[in-house]
Write a protein that binds this ligand. Structure first.
Ligand SMILES: [Fe+2]
Ligand SMILES: [Fe+2]
Length: 140
């Protein structure tokens, strides 16, 4: 992997963060049923983390000489609260795998600071993943 490939990969990560922001925003509006209040609040509480990740990536892409994408990955549709949580779990799982890989790639290119920051993002996304996993446990 060279620097341009790393920039491209970070841009793919940025598109996923924009997707996460839109996903949490729209799902929190759409979610219905007896758990609406809690789920809606929970989803909205994740947005500042994802927004922080997006800002970090955009800044870093500029620093590396790239152009940050403005196009989000499409948000998968979900009808029920359970489907929403499952789509979120998939997205968080993908984010963990992506940032784990990206951290190694950054370090291999001598970008240690970026590598460590990406590890911190693995920590954040793992927290999100584990909360959603618990919400889905024994879902009625
Ligand atoms: Fe994120
Ligand atoms: Fe997340």
């Amino acid at each position: 992997m060279d620097k341009q490939k790393l920039i491209d990969a970070l841009n793919a990560d940025l598109a996923s963060e924009f997707q996460a922001i839109i996903m949490y925003t729209t799902y929190s509006a759409q979610v219905m049923g007896p758990y609406r209040l809690e789920l809606s609040k929970f989803m909205q509480s994740e947005i500042p983390d994802e927004q922080g990740h997006a800002q970090f990536l955009a800044d870093k892409i500029i620093t590396l000489g790239g152009i940050p994408t403005t196009t989000p990955l499409p948000v998968p549709s979900a009808e029920t609260p359970k489907e929403m949580l499952e789509r979120i779990l998939e997205a968080e799982s993908k984010a963990i795998a992506g940032y784990s890989q990206r951290s190694e790639q950054a370090k291999a290119l001598g970008e240690l600071g970026l590598g460590v920051q990406l590890e911190n993002m693995v920590v954040d996304e793992t927290g999100h993943y584990e909360e959603v996993k618990k919400l889905l446990a024994d879902w009625p």
